[in-house]
Ligand binder design. Structure first.
Ligand SMILES: *Cc1c(COP(=O)(O)O)cnc(C)c1O
Length: 423
C-alpha cells in the first residue's frame, strides 16, 4: 500500500513484528556476534548483508535512514555524523584527485569552505556558478573531468531556489549526476528526486531533528543514475574494488544499491563519520512530527516575512512565499521553510544592534530549530569569505538570517518590532 508523506514520517522505515517494541530499538552495540569466521568473512566480502561493526553500519541508524529514504522516494540511504560528512561523502564517493565538480555558488558557508578550501587541497577542483545561470552558460562549465553538479534546493542563507529540472537536464546531458542538498525544504516541501536529482543530501541537524538536540546527516540515492552507461567517468563504481576481492559495485548492487554500498563499504570504513544510534533515535523522534512542524515553521516564516516586507526600516526581504516567484510556485507549492533572510537599512552596525535587542529570538549559529534563532552570516558562518565571495554567495554585510521556530507568530513579530524600535 502506498502511503502519504505524513504516514511515512510517523511509521516509515520500521514495522515491528509480533511482540516487538513499538518504538525503534536503540542498538547500542559496537559489534555483532557470529557463529563462524566463515559467516563473518562473507560480510567482509560483501557476499552477505549484515552487521559486524557500527563504524560501518548499525541497525538503528539504518532504520532511520530507511525512513528518510522513503520520504525522499529513493532506493537506498545512509546516515552520517553530520551534514558536512554527507556532502563530503556524496562527492568524494565519485570524484578523485584531478576531477572537477560544478557547484551552485549559493550554498551553506560550511559547504563552500569544504569545497573551495579543503577538497581543493585534495585535488578536486570546483567551478561555482550562480543559481540563475542559463542552460547555455551551464553547458560551457563542463570539462572532460567533470563528475557531478551540486546545489541546494533552497540555499542557506540566501534562500535562492535551485531550478532542479534545468540543472539535472544539463548534468545528465554530460553523463554526470545531480546532487541536491535538500536540508531547508525537507522532503515535506520538496522531493528533488521527483524533479531529476540523483543524490539527495541532508543536514538532519536542522528541521529533521528540529529540536537542536543531535547533529547528523543523511545521503539518499535515487537509484536512477546509470553508472555503467558512463563507466569511464566513474571507475570507482564500474571497475573492481581490490579492497573487497574485486567486486564491481555497479554490477553487483545495480543502479539502486551501488552508490550507498560503496559509500558505506569504503568511505565509512576509512573515514568513520558514522552517526551514533542514540542520535539516530533522537532524529527519528523529530521525523515523527516533521510534517506537522514544517507547516507551522512555514506559517511563521510567511507571517514574519510579510511583516518585515511592510516595515520601511527594512531594506529588502528574501522569502520564497513573497511576491510572484515562479520557481517557488513550481518547486515549493506548499511552502518552503521557516527561514527569512532580510537586509536592514543602515548597514552592518544596525543589523548587529537589531539582533542584540531581540528577546524571543536568540543569536545562534543554529538554524531550523523549534526555538527562533537568528544569525549575522557575514560575521559568523561566512566569516572566512572575502566581500566579493560573500556577494557571489548572495550574502550582503547587512543580511540577517532569521529562523522562525514554533512559537506564536504574534510573539515573533512583536519581538522584531521592539528590537527595531530600540535600535
Ligand atoms: C547546516 C547545513 C549543512 C551542514 O550540516 P551540519 O549538520 O551542520 O554538518 C549543510 N547544508 C546545509 C544546507 C545546512 O544548512
Amino acid at each position: 500500500m502506498s502511503k502519504k508523506i505524513g504516514t511515512k514520517c510517523v511509521q516509515g522505515g520500521y514495522t515491528p513484528g509480533n511482540g516487538e517494541p513499538r518504538q525503534i530499538p536503540i542498538i547500542q552495540s559496537t559489534t555483532f556476534k557470529y557463529n563462524t569466521s566463515e559467516d563473518m568473512g562473507k560480510l567482509f566480502d560483501l557476499e552477505a548483508s549484515g552487521y559486524f561493526y557500527s563504524r560501518l553500519q548499525n541497525p538503528t541508524c539504518d532504520t532511520v535512514a530507511n525512513k528518510i529514504c522513503e520520504l525522499e522516494g529513493g532506493s537506498a540511504a545512509m546516515l552520517t555524523s553530520s551534514g558536512q560528512a554527507a556532502n563530503f561523502y556524496s562527492i568524494f564517493n565519485i570524484a578523485n584527485c584531478g576531477d572537477h565538480i560544478i557547484s551552485c555558488a549559493t550554498i551553506y558557508g560550511g559547504t563552500y569552505n569544504l569545497f573551495a578550501v579543503t577538497m581543493k587541497k585534495m585535488g578536486i577542483e570546483f567551478t561555482f556558478v550562480p543559481p540563475t545561470i542559463t542552460e547555455e552558460e551551464l553547458d560551457k562549465c563542463f570539462k572532460p573531468n567533470t563528475k557531478a553538479v551540486f546545489g541546494e534546493t533552497l540555499s542557506n542563507p540566501s534562500l535562492d531556489i535551485l531550478d532542479i529540472e534545468l540543472f539535472s537536464k544539463v548534468a545528465h546531458k554530460h553523463g554526470v549526476p545531480l546532487i541536491v542538498d535538500n536540508t531547508f525544504p525537507t522532503p515535506i516541501n520538496c522531493r528533488p528526486i521527483e524533479w531529476g536529482a540523483d543524490i539527495v543530501t541532508h543536514s538532519t541537524t536542522k528541521y529533521m531533528d528540529g529540536h537542536g538536540a543531535a547533529v547528523g546527516g543523511c545521503i539518499v540515492d535515487a537509484g536512477k543514475f546509470d553508472w555503467m552507461a558512463n563507466a569511464d567517468k566513474f571507475p570507482g563504481l564500474t571497475t573492481p574494488d581490490d579492497s573487497y576481492h574485486g567486486i564491481t559495485y555497479a554490477e553487483k548492487f545495480g543502479k539502486e544499491g551501488a552508490f550507498i554500498t560503496k559509500a558505506t563499504a569504503q568511505l565509512m570504513r576509512d573515514f568513520g563519520s558514522t552517526q551514533s544510534p542514540q542520535s539516530a533515535f533522537i532524529l527519528n523522534l523529530g521525523l515523527e512530527s516533521l510534517h506537522v512542524r514544517m507547516a507551522k515553521h512555514c506559517e511563521n516564516g510567511q507571517r514574519v516575512a510579510e511583516f518585515l516586507n511592510s516595515d520601511d526600516r527594512i531594506d529588502s526581504v528574501k522569502y520564497p512565499g513573497l511576491g510572484d516567484n515562479a520557481l517557488a510556485k513550481k518547486y515549493l507549492p506548499n511552502g518552503s521553510c521557516g527561514v527569512v533572510s532580510f537586509r536592514i537599512k543602515g548597514g552592518r552596525k544596525v543589523a548587529e544592534a537589531f539582533m542584540k535587542n531581540l528577546k524571543v529570538a536568540a543569536i545562534e549559529t543554529h538554524v531550523a530549530d523549534a526555538r527562533t534563532c537568528c544569525l549575522h552570516p557575514a560575521s559568523a558562518t561566512h566569516r572566512q569569505m572575502s566581500d566579493s565571495e560573500l556577494l557571489a554567495c548572495g550574502i550582503y554585510p547587512d543580511l540577517v538570517r532569521f529562523s522562525c521556530g514554533l512559537e506564536d507568530a504574534e510573539d515573533l513579530i512583536n519581538d522584531i518590532k521592539q528590537a527595531l524600535d530600540n535600535i
